[in-house]
Design a protein around this ligand. Structure first.
Ligand code: HEC
Length: 224
């Protein structure tokens, strides 16, 4: 037999539960409205929006242009700094035009031999029409390397001055360039002279420490 007190308690409990249920709103009717308004998912393909197509085409076009302009020809070493630097320094430097270099070096000579190569009568012999300028290249190189003094005859006129040496101030390449320049300027038309010839003369006459005289110069031959 259950205790009558217990029966009473469970009765009260049930009553309370029912009251609580009555207060709670029903969930299903509440959600019915929301469920009714949701679109049913459909099978099939939605058309792609136009803005998406345009956007994609723009992006693809830009990417193509970017690759075309920045790919570096798809060279394997494109992003290898060391390889790029090495190939740069391996490139031979632009050879200097001896006539351009020679004209610049000739600025050292204008005070005496003048801009037009005509010299100064009685003091500085002319370079234009000079037999020496048109003559043996090794003798010209020798004059430029060590200087020249004493009596000298150029174009039928006598000189006795002092031509300074340039061997200590100018490099072989510069001396060759200025010789090439004076041989092709002021009405002269003699072939160019290379730096290797100046180098040979420099070595052959390395012992010389004073300027040439005309007589000594006439004796000077390369390799003999
Ligand atoms: C300070 C003046 C002076 C300067 C600068 C000078 N020379 Fe001379 N040069 C002379 C004199 C003086 C002689 C003649 C030397 C003698 O009488 O023995 C001469 C002779 C020469 C000769 C042989 C003679 C002739 O007329 O063909 C040549 C070539 C020559 N110089 C080239 C040059 C060149 C190139 C330069 C520039 C790099 C130069 N000189 C700079 C004074 C100068």
């Amino acid at each position: 037999m259950p205790d009558p007190k217990d029966t009473q308690r469970s009765g009260e409990f049930r009553l309370n539960l029912e009251a609580a249920e009555r207060k709670t709103p029903d969930v299903i009717p509440l959600h019915r409205a929301v469920m009714r308004e949701m679109a049913e998912p459909r099978d099939g393909l939605e058309p792609v929006p136009v803005w998406l197509i345009l956007g994609f085409l723009t992006l693809a076009g830009w990417a193509g242009w970017y690759i075309a302009t920045n790919s570096g020809g798809f060279a394997a070493d494109q992003y290898n700094e060391k390889a790029l630097l090495a190939s740069k320094s391996a490139e031979a430097p632009e050879p200097v035009d001896p006539m351009v270099l020679g004209r610049r070096v000739y600025n050292n000579c204008v005070t005496c031999h003048q801009q037009d190569g005509g010299g100064v009568a009685g003091a500085y012999p002319p370079l234009g029409g000079s037999e020496i300028v048109a003559g043996a290249p090794e003798q010209l190189a020798a004059i430029l390397l060590h200087g020249l003094n004493g009596p000298l005859r150029v174009k039928g006129a006598d000189y006795n001055g002092e031509m300074p040496e340039w061997g200590s101030k100018l490099k072989d390449e510069q001396i060759a360039a200025v010789i090439t320049y004076i041989r092709a300027s002021f009405g002269n038309n003699a072939p160019p002279v290379g730096a290797d010839l100046v180098k040979q003369v420099r070595e052959a006459a390395a012992a010389r420490s004073r300027p040439w005289t005309e007589a000594e110069l006439r004796q000077f031959r390369l390799g003999g």
